[in-house]
Design a protein around this ligand. Structure first.
Ligand code: G3P
Length: 217
């Protein structure tokens, strides 16, 4: 299972990278705005900065919603760095853009996916990644994890290469459940990765080991 961090915050990206388990980064326009990164040139530079910190794939989202605009922007993003994956929204023109990029060897991440049907279409169009937003489904009292199971079943039935990138992860249990289901990737905040470390018995056990060592030395 690949671990991506879902942020545009360079400090958090560095921290996750330093942990040694980071496989990539996802961003979106809201995450960029949260870091105060505005203006096309600053945004493009920020993507390059992120690529220079991590070894893996970095999703960069298009803003255009028409096919011509998405192709123009996506090609510009893909040119920035070999690690860039072009993030395309799950809309009709987006499916056409994913197909175009797939035919032209440019990797894509189909974002804002909330149903198995959408995920099936994205795979048919040749998306590299599909991003079901599980947290946002949970937010509206729908089972986000069930969507991951449905997509896993469909992709396995037909051997689709599209990787399931469980997005809108909110906590460690989402990560664990996605791992059990067989999601290829998860993207979440740093806390959802670092939370996996924690267990009170580990802390208590370590404290006792150190205490006992001190007694004999
Ligand atoms: O990767 C998708 C993500 O950015 C959405 O997360 O927490 O805004 O639902 P959230």
């Amino acid at each position: 299972m690949k671990f991506f961090i879902d942020t545009a915050n360079l400090d958090q990206i560095r921290e996750a990278q330093d942990l040694g388990v980071l496989d990539g980064v996802t961003t979106n326009p809201s995450l960029m705005a949260k870091e105060g990164i505005t203006g096309r040139n600053n945004i493009l530079k920020h993507y390059v900065d992120i690529c220079n910190i991590v070894d893996g794939d970095v999703s960069a989202e298009v803003i255009a919603t028409d096919l011509k605009g998405m192709i123009k922007e996506g090609e510009e993003l893909a040119e920035l760095h070999e690690q860039i994956v072009v993030k395309i929204p799950m809309i009709k023109e987006g499916i056409k853009a994913i197909k175009y990029f797939s035919d032209h060897g440019i990797r894509t991440n189909c974002t804002l996916v909330f149903s198995a049907g959408q995920a099936l279409l994205a795979a048919k169009a040749g998306a590299t990644y599909v991003s079901p937003f599980i947290g946002r489904l949970d937010d509206i009292s729908t089972d986000g994890l069930n969507l991951i199971s449905e997509i896993r079943l469909i992709y396995d039935n037909y051997g689709f290469d599209t990787q399931i990138l469980a997005a809108s992860i909110r906590h460690t249990m989402h990560v664990l459940e996605c791992a059990k289901i067989g999601s290829d990737v998860m993207t979440g905040p740093l806390s959802s990765i670092e939370g996996l470390l924690k267990h009170p018995l580990t802390d208590m056990g370590l404290a006792k080991f150190l205490e006992d060592y001190k007694k004999g030395n």
